[in-house]
Design a protein around this ligand. Sequence first.
Ligand code: CU1
Length: 153
Amino acid sequence: MSKYSTYFTHSIRAAWITGLFTFLGITGCTTATEIQLATVGDTMAFDKTVLEAKASSKVKLTLKNNATSPAMQHDFVLVKPGTENDVGMTALTAGPSKDYIPDSPNILAHTRLLKPGESDTITFTAPAQAGDYPYICTFPGHYVIMKGVLKVK
Ligand code: CU1
């Protein structure tokens, strides 16, 4: 093997390794912020009303519905600042066939609608812009009091 071809082989290997590390950095190696959220008994309340995440970071969120009453179905719907009432009201027209989750550009992330005892885990990217992002439960009548804020820093 000539000097030139050895050099060539080495640079290919170096480029491949650099590429691999870049790939890992973009995908798996950045750990997601894990958030455990639950509902409180048979009430219309989340157990945490303030959550935090870094801008543009990966968030893995689990919502557990701790209710026992069949009437207490809940979800987690993250919305753009100032749109919680609007999304809460359009959820009513979305109806049960859509699990009261409307098609809205104001919704940034959401779990499915959970019956008592159920849980759902979602992963999403936190907004790139810092700010207070409201989250609500869109089951009819709940959003008025069942809400919290994701603080993006
Ligand atoms: Cu709810």
